[in-house]
Design a protein around this ligand. Structure first.
Ligand SMILES: [Zn+2]
Ligand SMILES: [Zn+2]
Ligand SMILES: [Zn+2]
Length: 104
């Protein structure tokens, strides 16, 4: 599969289960969500490449990581105050709270 191929299933409903050991007061924001796009929403519109994909577990917005030019996942947090995202890279299950700066 070429690396530029979209690989996120936007029909799938994803529910993120945070680690019970994580110290985060924002886990009540977490919803069952459908990914907003097959790749970073903003990068797809701009025709720009990304490095890794992250998904907001509050609304399903798909954005790119901080190693990407756009840093759209972090921008989404600043625009919406949606504090918790997770990796949607194949095989990765970890989440991150932008406010508590802890892995979930
Ligand atoms: Zn938190
Ligand atoms: Zn992006
Ligand atoms: Zn969101």
């Amino acid at each position: 599969m070429p690396t530029s191929a979209p690989f996120i299933d936007t029909e799938a409903t994803i529910h993120f289960e945070p680690s019970p050991r994580a110290v985060c007061s924002h886990t009540d924001q977490i919803q069952s969500v459908q990914p907003s796009a097959q790749g970073c929403e903003e990068c797809l519109k701009a025709g720009q490449a990304w490095v890794h994909l992250r998904m907001c577990v509050v609304c399903g917005h798909v954005g790119c990581c901080d190693s990407s030019r756009g840093k759209h996942a972090t921008k989404h947090f600043h625009e919406t105050d949606h504090a918790v995202m997770r990796s949607v890279e194949p095989g990765e299950r970890w989440g991150w709270c932008y406010i508590d700066k802890v892995q979930l």
